[in-house]
Design a protein around this ligand. Structure first.
Ligand SMILES: NC(=O)C1=CN([C@@H]2O[C@H](COP(=O)(O)OP(=O)(O)OC[C@H]3O[C@@H](n4cnc5c(N)ncnc54)[C@H](OP(=O)(O)O)[C@@H]3O)[C@@H](O)[C@H]2O)[C@@H](O)CC1
Ligand SMILES: Nc1ncnc2c1ncn2[C@@H]1O[C@H](COP(=O)(O)OP(=O)(O)O)[C@@H](O)[C@H]1O
Ligand SMILES: [Mg+2]
Length: 282
């Protein structure tokens, strides 16, 4: 394998498009987050809030009924659409065509949710981020990946990656298998870890931000929100993936002197998104 390209501030500044003074919410992209189930509505809240706080103009979150009040009260800026089922998603119906969709955090693997995911993938044409249980369901039905738009972004942590590509015997085999997977399905794989790598066909990119403070519940859910937001704002998937992982890691680097490793939570990622964007102007 060639040595990876580093995702540095210099690279990110070439990608970053500052907000136009004449922008309005309608020009900043409408993102949809499909997430949550009973006991895991927090994943939907974290993904939606980080989506909104990464610059997209409008966010609609699709959740099972049990998430309705939780979402509306925790993030009044976010619109919600609910499934007809109470505890988990069974039928994804959206009253709009957004610019990007992020699906998976906390949705679980109920049979009804699996069927809903298949039906969604069969009909969806919008740029996509697949995370968490969406990946877990797909890893048992890999042919469904033939249905997703080219350059869909997948964000597996190591266990989710293993479910997708199978076990590896060495680091180099892990990369080889992920490259082959990215080529076969024409997708971008964000291999989350310390550090995070992005595999786009046979190109490998290594993130330079982030630290062990990110080893906390919901940290990946916020990454899904950030990536979906950037896609909705019109960043191409190859740029959104690099920019998203860089910003996500940067929140932890900026927060660490204030929070230490122990008290940093996924909500701290969201809190520091503003400072991370401002850091790009320094
Ligand atoms: N507040 C909420 O609503 C929250 C909701 N959430 C939602 O919950 C759902 C389940 O997600 P999940 O990731 O916890 O479960 P799962 O896929 O079985 O992975 C666990 C396995 O993976 C491994 N592993 C993980 N990371 C690793 C690493 N870096 N390096 C190495 N190994 C690693 C780990 O290994 P271990 O070391 O524990 O053996 C274990 O075996 C999902 O939908 C998610 O979105 C969560 O986001 C939390 C907050
Ligand atoms: N030690 C670490 N150093 C850097 N980043 C880390 C570390 N541990 C976790 N992360 C990052 O935190 C995120 C964890 O995602 P994930 O496991 O999906 O969390 P969750 O499902 O709880 O939201 C990933 O972006 C990963 O790269
Ligand atoms: Mg996760």
């Amino acid at each position: 394998m060639k040595s990876p390209y580093l995702i540095t501030k210099e690279e990110i500044l070439k990608i970053y498009k500052p907000v136009n003074p004449h922008a309005h919410k309608g020009t900043q992209g409408h993102a949809v987050i499909i997430a949550g189930s009973y006991g895991k509505v927090g994943a939907a809240v974290l993904a939606s809030k980080s989506c909104l706080k990464s610059g997209c103009g409008l966010v609609t979150t699709f959740i099972p009924k049990c998430g309705y009040q939780i979402l509306q009260i925790s993030i009044p800026e976010v619109m919600t659409v609910t499934d007809e089922n109470t505890n988990f998603i069974t039928n994804i119906h959206l009253p709009l065509i957004p610019q990007a969709i992020g699906i998976g955090p906390g949705i679980g693997k109920e049979l009804g949710t699996q069927k809903a995911l298949f039906e969604f993938l069969r009909t969806n044409k919008v740029p996509l981020v697949l995370d968490a249980d969406a990946l877990n369901i797909i890893s048992e039905n890999l042919s469904w990946l033939e249905l997703v738009p080219e350059n869909t972004i997948l964000t597996p942590h190591p266990k989710e990656l293993e479910r997708l590509i199978g076990k590896w015997n060495s680091e180099s085999e892990k990369f080889q298998k992920t490259i082959a997977f990215s080529e076969k399905y024409k997708v971008i794989v964000v291999m989350k870890g310390a550090p995070t790598f992005i595999i786009n066909r046979n190109s490998v990119y290594e993130n330079t931000t982030g630290n062990a403070a990110l080893a906390t519940a919901g940290s990946g859910d916020t990454l899904t929100g950030i990536l979906t937001s950037l896609l909705a704002q019109g960043y191409e998937p190859k740029y959104a993936s690099k920019f998203g992982v860089y910003l996500h890691g940067l929140t932890a680097d900026l927060a660490l002197p204030k929070t230490g490793y122990e008290s940093f939570t996924a909500s701290t990622i969201i809190k520091y998104l503003g400072k991370a964007f401002l850091e790009l102007d320094n």
